[in-house]
Design a protein around this ligand. Structure first.
Ligand code: ZN
Length: 477
């Protein structure tokens, strides 16, 4: 089947106005004379002089949490424990007794009471529903007494950190329409021009649901499994690319592993969850399968362990790489991972970071320095922790966010979400090139001609995956 997109302004080669697609794969580019060559044999679509870019890639998000988040109690923006309790109370009333209440997005930094919510707060308003509320960072949560009993966990205050929280989340039943929620989520992503994602810390349940949906998936889904659920799968648009592990926690929960104490918590240097020896062992197992190990490493102490592993193995992706002092930057120059998967939107959400890090804050999220050091940075959202709209993140990269980190240029930011994203997903082909899948986006505005403050408002008019329109009203004639 032949298809031709005409009157396009193709990113990187504006003299090309014509894209020829054969059986879902890009066949060739050219000017208007190429367009005319296929009249009568191909179907045509008029891009009306708009900019066409490769499909965007979100290299690190949590598809299952994002999907389930659609029906979870949304606690973002709650400013007191009293309001949090009220939200839980009314959800308990609407659901009825014994139904699980899972909430996410609360942030005690925003609470009037300036303390963490605890199990007793939740028991007071919903004693007969198991309740689990996840902090905005995704690294800690609070459960009520009934939830702890159902999960077989003990915690004096009801606080669950890191592994204990993930264990708990695994055991909470999924909503009955889980598959539909996954599918809806993938269409959400397509509506922003995303044609490929890496979903992180995937459990067997998510993989099975995606395999069940395999014929209906609008975009490509690459999976980094949690360690115990790793298996080899490549099936249509679903493929397992490796394993994701945590080397530390988050700045928000003060669990990211630091070389020196937290500025606002003397004596605390966070939690180191994996040593280099363990990373090497896992990476070697994956190497035999041609797969990657994705290592969550936020603090400088955790990044030291990654560097140690990179002495012996190469198939490592580094997730976040948030605190990169100059000496580590130098060392990573000699031992580069496959990519660093970074989240420019953290420069907006972590506006309080100086409290945690003091002077060291200047080494956080310095994507400019990392690119100048020759690193490959893949862009991502970490949704549902951060907004899934890539144009908001790209905007943050261009302005430096609320932290005011050194900004990137539009071409650098787009590379993070296109060619570098492909590397992060283990795809060898280059975007927008003959022989690659016709994964494209037609935009309403040109990112090169907008003020950077207007970048977050860019919309995808049409999103194509393998030459098929998966978002927008596109007419082939
Ligand atoms: Zn994540």
């Amino acid at each position: 089947m032949l298809r031709v997109i005409e009157n396009a302004r193709v990113m990187g080669s504006y003299h090309n106005s014509c894209i020829v697609i054969e059986n879902g794969v890009i066949k060739e580019f050219g000017g208007s004379s190429l367009c005319d060559k296929y009249r009568g044999v191909a179907k045509y679509l008029d891009a009306q002089g708009k900019v066409v870019i490769p499909g965007l890639i979100d290299s690190h998000m949590h598809l299952s949490s994002y999907a389930v988040g659609k029906v979870r109690l949304d606690l973002r923006g709650v400013t007191s424990i009293e309001d949090l309790k009220e939200a839980v109370r009314s959800r308990a009333l609407s659901l009825g007794e014994s139904k699980w209440i899972v909430g996410m997005g609360w942030d005690h930094e925003q609470f009037r009471e300036k303390r963490l919510p605890n199990r007793f707060d939740l028991d007071e308003v919903a004693p007969n529903n198991p309740v689990l509320l996840i902090r905005v960072c995704g690294h800690m949560g609070v459960a009520n007494t009934l939830a702890l009993r159902k999960l077989g966990l003990e915690s004096e205050e009801g606080h669950l950190y890191e592994d204990r929280l993930y264990e708990a989340l695994k055991r909470v039943p999924k909503p009955p329409n889980y598959r539909d929620l996954l599918l809806d989520s993938l269409y959400d992503l397509a509506s922003y021009g995303i044609t490929r994602i890496c979903s992180m810390s995937v459990l067997r349940e998510e993989l099975d649901a995606l395999l069940h949906l395999r014929e209906r998936l609008p975009i490509w889904v690459h999976l980094f499994m949690s360690e115990e659920d790793y298996t080899r799968v490549e099936d249509g648009r679903v493929s397992v690319e490796g394993i994701k592990v945590f080397a530390d926690g988050s700045f928000g929960a003060r669990t990211a592993a630091l070389r020196e104490d937290y500025a606002d918590d003397p004596g605390n240097r966070g939690v180191l969850l994996k040593r280099s020896g363990e990373l090497v062992r896992l990476a070697k197992v994956l190497e035999e399968d041609g797969k990657m190990l994705a290592v969550h490493a936020i603090g400088d102490r955790a990044l030291e362990e990654v560097l140690g592993a990179l002495k012996l193995v190469k198939n490592i992706r580094v997730e976040h790489a948030s605190l990169m002092p100059p000496d580590l930057l130098q060392e990573f120059k000699n031992r580069q991972p496959v990519v660093f998967a970074v989240q420019p939107h953290f420069t907006i959400s972590d506006s309080w970071l100086e409290e945690r890090l003091g002077d060291r804050v200047k080494y956080a999220y310095n994507y400019r320095a990392m690119i100048e050091a020759g690193f490959t940075l893949a862009g991502s959202s970490d949704a549902p922790i951060e907004p899934v709209n890539p144009w908001i993140s790209i905007g943050a990269a261009l302005t430096g966010g609320l932290l005011g980190v050194p900004p990137l240029a539009i071409d650098e930011a787009l590379e993070m979400y296109t060619s570098s994203g492909l590397r992060a997903c283990g795809v060898k082909k280059a975007p927008l090139s003959p022989g690659s899948p016709a994964d494209l986006v037609i935009l309403d505005e040109s990112p090169w001609h907008l003020n950077k403050l207007d970048i977050p408002g860019i919309r995808a008019l049409l999103t194509f995956v393998e030459g098929n329109v998966v978002y927008g009203e596109g007419k082939w004639y």
